[in-house]
Design a protein around this ligand. Structure first.
Ligand code: J9N
Length: 231
């Protein structure tokens, strides 16, 4: 998989050169490229934004700058991901779908967003005919300063699903068997008693069907509890 990130803050992506993603990058599973959007600015001040038509607060990022940065990346079979709090909510299902992509481009906007003509332009029939898809994505209902942290979240969730990125392949297959793509039951390890709190005895019994039943019940209790508190 090839991943490109476009940003005016390339420093945000430095952690990715470490960690699991870094290892996979070295192993050739992931090709990761960071692009400084400001290097595509054309005026003397290297501006990447301007005031919004129609008035209002803040600044809007320039279509011209984004076009120059994106054009060379929009090759056959590319998913362009535009981060915005108004986008479709990112979840484990979306991570699994994107983990099957061949080329992901993360457009990290700042300020009040990117001129909407960028989304319109790369959504045209011409680009669709080249198997280029545009997605507006949000990682949750809160407002970030820019798309960089949201992109990091998505890249970690997506790339850990690639074969060879997670060291233990069994942990991924167990995840995919669970309802929502993650383990929902509480976990314990040694010692069996810590500060007077004992691990549930069933988990020490070696009875695998009883353990599975206990975990299913505990997961249901936990999900119900979280539904109560989240509403
Ligand atoms: N989920 C989400 C995305 C954002 C962004 S992208 C660019 C600015 C803010 N906030 N929250």
């Amino acid at each position: 998989m090839r991943i490109d990130a476009l940003t005016i803050f390339p420093q945000y992506f430095e952690p990715l050169t470490l960690s699991l993603v870094g290892k996979a990058r070295d192993g050739g599973i992931i090709d990761f490229y960071i692009h400084d959007l400001r290097s595509f600015a054309s005026n003397n001040h290297h501006s990447v934004d301007d005031t919004p038509y129609g008035g209002g607060a803040g600044m809007v990022m320039l279509a011209q700058v984004w076009g120059l940065a994106l054009d060379p990346l929009m090759v056959e079979d590319t998913d362009l991901i535009i981060l915005t709090p108004a986008g479709k909510r990112f979840d484990q299902r979306m991570a699994e779908a994107f983990s099957k992509a061949s080329h992901l481009v993360f457009a990290c906007g700042r300020y009040e967003g990117i001129d909407d003509r960028v989304r319109q332009y790369y959504s045209s029939d011409l680009y669709a005919s080249r198997n280029i898809r545009v997605h507006e994505v949000s990682i949750g209902d809160y407002v970030l300063g820019g798309g960089e942290v949201a992109s990091l979240v998505m890249i970690e969730a997506i790339t850990r699903l690639l074969p060879g990125v997670v060291g233990n392949p069994e942990s991924l297959s167990e995840e995919s068997h669970s309802q929502d793509g993650y383990l929902e039951y509480p976990n314990f390890t040694k010692p069996a008693i810590w500060r007077d709190i004992a691990v549930p005895a069933i988990l020490l019994s070696g009875n695998h069907s009883e353990i599975a039943q206990w975990r299913a019940d505990a997961a249901r209790r936990r999900a119900e509890e979280n539904l109560w508190t989240r509403g």
